[in-house]
Design a protein around this ligand. Sequence first.
Ligand code: SIN
Ligand code: FE2
Length: 208
Amino acid sequence: MAAIPEGFRYLPGHLDPQAQADLVAELRRLVAAAPLYRPTMPKSGRPFSVRMTNAGSHGWFADHAGYRYLARHPKTGRPWPAIPGALLDLWRTVSGYPADPECCLLNLYAPEARMGLHRDADEETFAAPVVSLSLGDSAVFRIGAAERRGPTTSLKLHSGDVMILAGPARLAYHGIDRVLGGSSRLLPDGGRINVTLRRVTRPPEEDA
Ligand code: SIN
Ligand code: FE2
């Protein structure tokens, strides 16, 4: 097994079942206001298997024009909803970073969905960590090094688990190999939700 990069933190079961259920109710309201869409790979035009939406001032999006952040939902044209308070609380508790996140990306995985190895590198600052939460079915997560061909390690993420990519791990390659269908009863239709919190712009606090 390869070494996990320094700065990677894993908090199993950080959210208890009630907090998970409350958050799912909140995320349903988010999806009603900002419907899920399926991004496409800029070069190949291939659709992602994951569907996405966002909250916050910056929403992550991908299509033929590239990977980028948008101030408005690509279909409705409306600003993204506010980041749910429970997720701001989570960030303030675990990030160790002086400014709030600007992007709350919601990834919805149907049982057959996956996410290829990639780095989160579309932000202006990498001093802020990436904070990521799993809800619903468990999944096999893979994390490697800052180089694409470096060694990787895999671990299972379960509902309520929180993961933090900070320091050297901030730019580590990572992805989801598969979702373990039927492993949780949190979501009545099955599947998995990942919520990823990120700072996008460099705040004045970084110079303080
Ligand atoms: C991502 O890296 O964007 C998602 C990771 C996950 O689903 O846990
Ligand atoms: Fe990612």
